[in-house]
Design a protein around this ligand. Structure first.
Ligand code: KG4
Ligand code: ZN
Length: 379
């Protein structure tokens, strides 16, 4: 099979990549919009859509130039058609449609979640179906049984926030800026997870679903208690870098005890609570599954080393190999979209998508999954 051009624009990364049928990423570029969204502490859909519109065409030109190719050398064009921020999805999908029409190439409309779900197979040719996939990103937190390309059974989802969202909100509460996940992970290394007691929502419950809203609220309360009691915030740490102990507030005689923890302790306690939930819930999903070849993690939060290590240990307990794509394939990228296109092309029943296919803000991978009580409508 020839080369697939992949286009990704569902959130705040504008990305294009060329991937061949032998799993070679021939060229890829990612334009991050972090700087544009940082002042707002989160992704602003309108700003994202405009940025995608400015960047996408030059980015496609650039990856073709990087590979020394033209559109004639491309076999098919794959683009994220949802789920995601609809303005951005439309920019990428319409670009792909225009290129497919102009160059007379097949169009492949890819579900962004399918891109994440199959990305481990781009990195690891040995990974066979069926595998259990923990998909943890800024917008999604699901456990899927992947039986084949296009065959996904959702075993669990979050009833409120996604895991990446919880990391991002924790970062915001701690004033760590945007994007939050990597910042929380860095700060957590300096903290003591036992210094703050945080809840572990749904731990031990029968269904393997997730919940992180209560944990996020507890992080907020812990931070507020710290501030109200006059404890130092993270800014003190920068003054006395490398000595987190120095910002621990002292007990003053005659006054109520102050919380004796730091921002780093909150970050560490949050990460530990999140990890405990992820492990417990994934264990429950593994216990209810048969015939699996591997435990796989994908999505932006899969970049977190603590969570990776915990999942690796869990997989070992079940005698399963643990597969996690390289970090660059975990966060949003276009190589995974091009690869999903390759996987679709290899199906006997492959048919190109029509040029009038719609962009979808919501697009569940498993449309038959039963709605979860209390769950939001996050794909
Ligand atoms: O897959 P992704 O790039 O975009 C979505 O489809 O959402 O995931 C982004 C999410 C963000 O919430 C980000 O904070 C989180 O992944 N993330 C991390 C880490 N790196 C990225 N969370 C925890 N630890 C990290 N190292
Ligand atoms: Zn994603």
């Amino acid at each position: 099979m020839g080369i697939v051009l992949g286009i990704e624009s569902s959130c705040d990364e504008t990305a294009a990549a060329l991937v061949d049928g032998e799993r070679r990423i021939v060229a890829q570029r990612i334009a991050s919009q972090d700087d544009a969204h940082r002042p707002y502490g989160g992704v602003v859909p309108e700003i994202a859509a405009r940025a995608h519109a400015e960047r996408i065409a030059p980015l496609v030109e650039a990856v073709l130039a990087d590979a020394g190719m033209t559109l004639d050398d491309v076999y098919a064009i794959a683009a994220t058609a949802g789920p995601g921020l609809i303005g951005g999805v439309m920019v990428g999908l319409v670009t792909a449609k225009a290129l497919a029409m102009a160059a007379d190439k097949p169009l492949i409309a890819v579900n962004h979640l399918e891109g994440h779900a199959l990305s481990p197979r781009l990195a690891d040719p040995a990974l066979q179906f069926p595998y259990l996939l923990l998909l943890v990103s800024g917008g999604h937190c699901q456990v899927l049984r992947v039986d084949g390309v296009g065959q996904y059974r959702r075993l669990a989802t979050t009833i409120d926030d996604a895991l990446g969202e919880a990391f991002d909100k924790t970062a915001k509460i701690l004033g760590l800026g945007f994007p939050g996940g990597p910042a929380v992970e860095r700060l957590a290394r300096e903290g003591d997870p036992k210094a703050v007691t945080l809840p572990r929502p749904l731990l031990g419950s029968a269904e393997p679903h997730f919940s992180f809203a209560g944990l996020k609220s507890a992080v907020l309360r812990a931070k507020q208690a710290m501030v109200e009691n006059g404890a130092s915030t993270g800014s003190a740490r920068t003054e006395k870098a490398g000595n987190p102990q120095s910002v621990r507030p002292e007990l003053v005689e005659g006054q109520p005890p102050r919380p004796t923890y730091t921002d780093a302790d909150i970050a560490a306690a949050f990460q530990q609570a999140a990890l405990d939930c992820v492990i417990d819930r994934t264990r429950r999903a593994l216990e209810g599954s048969e015939g699996l070849t591997a435990l796989v993690v994908a999505g932006g939060v899969a970049a977190n080393q603590t969570i990776r290590a915990g999942l690796e240990a869990l997989a070992a307990q079940f005698g399963l190999p643990f597969v996690a794509p390289p970090l660059a394939l975990c966060t949003d990228n276009a190589a995974m979209i091009a690869w999903a296109g390759q996987e679709r092309l290899a199906l006997a029943e492959f048919a190109p998508d029509p040029l009038d296919i719609a962009a979808r803000p919501r697009w569940p991978l498993d449309p038959d999954a039963a709605p979860v009580r209390g769950a939001g409508v996050k794909a």
